[in-house]
Design a protein around this ligand. Structure first.
Ligand SMILES: Nc1ncnc2c1ncn2[C@@H]1O[C@H](COP(=O)(O)OP(=O)(O)OP(=O)(O)O)[C@@H](O)[C@H]1O
Ligand code: SF4
Ligand SMILES: [Mg+2]
Length: 351
């Protein structure tokens, strides 16, 4: 059953130079108990999607179009006050930086108690404190440390505490925004495991956000690949990993050791992300795509189902079988393309 349905969401940041189209027509859906991975490089709009859902965008950010329907309610139409009921209780966010998860002037316990009592006023302070300790145990933190201030915690401990507070009310939806990026590899694995266990325990659905396709390939049922504010490919994990239809997904796969095929050399995608201030018509990946054709520069590809439940935004999606072996070759990504030469563009070295 669908729990969250996002349709053609557009979230822009208003700036002096124009509107940054950080999320520009994104549609996705999340079922009960499902884990969806949002994967894409820095600046592609992942955090903006998450912050649009429970509307905690920076001041210059605005949801300008589309709908976010949670359990039959369109969250984009709710007032700030109405929306507060849903934050933490229904949709909870583990923020990208655990630094932002806590107010430095209150102890962690005070903050967890506050979240619990704001949504469940019948809970006594003693009960809420007990719950805070239980949550600390859940995330493998010493319950006695719950009365510490955020600055008394290391980065890894703060990250665990951020997970604890996000789980305080057993939310049906958990948004985990790069929950482990700042941590070392061993702790990363432990925390990912813990999030998965807890998710199973409280039966929540999760959107896991990361730039690392190998993380989502291990954790998620479905993957949405985000590029330049759009979802360029979206289907079940196995298909994304084994039969990608979008050249960007093919490129992402090459860059991660546990995903790249056999002993294949790792290849990064040269170039940089697209300009999102009032973007022009055309495929946003065209400047970096080895398979770009004339049409790609002229017409924005629209989402299209190439198989049931497999949505791709690429003019050449039907040629995926032929393009895939080409995309595994380093030359495909490093060769200068005719259009670049004509435009005198640079930036295609493979650093
Ligand atoms: N407050 C802001 N004002 C203007 N532009 C912004 C603002 N916040 C984000 N952006 C821009 O919006 C785009 C999407 O940013 P977002 O943080 O959602 O990306 P992300 O995929 O989460 O990146 P990362 O992997 O680095 O966390 C980027 O181009 C970013 O520069
Ligand atoms: S539409 Fe064209 S440029 Fe864009 S990903 Fe597909 S082939 Fe590449
Ligand atoms: Mg982010």
């Amino acid at each position: 059953m669908t729990l969250l349905e996002i349709e053609t969401l557009k979230t822009y940041y208003h700036t002096e130079t124009g509107d940054v189209h950080a999320v520009d027509g994104v549609s996705l859906s999340l079922s009960r108990n499902e884990t969806l991975g949002l994967v894409g490089e820095s600046g592609s709009g992942k955090t903006t999607i998450a912050e649009s859902i429970n509307r905690i965008l920076p001041e210059n950010g605005e949801v300008v179009d589309g709908s976010i329907v949670y359990d039959g309610v369109n969250l984009t139409e709710l007032s700030e006050k109405e929306l507060q009921k849903y934050r933490w209780n229904d949709v909870s966010l583990i923020p990208q930086s655990a630094m932002n998860a806590f107010d430095p002037v209150y102890t962690i316990e005070e903050q967890i108690v506050e979240v619990i009592r704001a949504h469940r006023p019948d809970t006594s302070k003693a009960e809420a404190r007990e719950r805070a300790q239980e949550l600390f145990e859940f995330v493998d933190l010493d319950p006695e440390r719950v009365t510490d201030y955020p600055h008394q915690f290391s980065g890894g401990m703060k990250q665990r505490a951020a997970i604890a507070i996000a789980l305080a009310l057993d939310p049906p939806i958990l948004l985990a925004d790069e929950p482990t990026t700042a941590l070392d590899v061993i702790i990363q694995d432990q925390i990912l495991e813990r999030i998965k266990d807890l998710q199973a325990e409280i039966n929540s659905a999760m959107i896991m956000i990361t730039h690392d396709i190998s993380v989502v390939s291990e954790t998620c049922d479905e993957i949405a690949v985000v590029y330049g504010g759009r979802i360029v490919e979206y289907t079940d994990t196995e298909t994304v990993i084994n039969e990608p239809h979008h050249p960007y997904t093919m490129g992402l796969r090459n860059a991660f050791p546990s995903i790249a095929e056999g002993d294949q050399e790792l290849i990064s995608i040269p170039g940089s992300p697209p300009e999102l201030v009032n973007p022009e018509e055309g495929c946003r990946f065209a400047d970096r795509c080895p398979f770009a054709e004339e049409e790609c520069y002229e017409k924005t590809p629209q989402p299209r189902e190439v198989a049931e439940g497999h949505v791709v935004e690429c003019h050449r999606a039907d040629e995926a079988e032929e393009l895939r072996p080409e995309a595994n070759k380093k030359e495909a990504w490093t060769e200068e393309r005719p259009k670049d030469a004509a435009a005198g563009q640079e930036g295609y070295s493979n650093d």
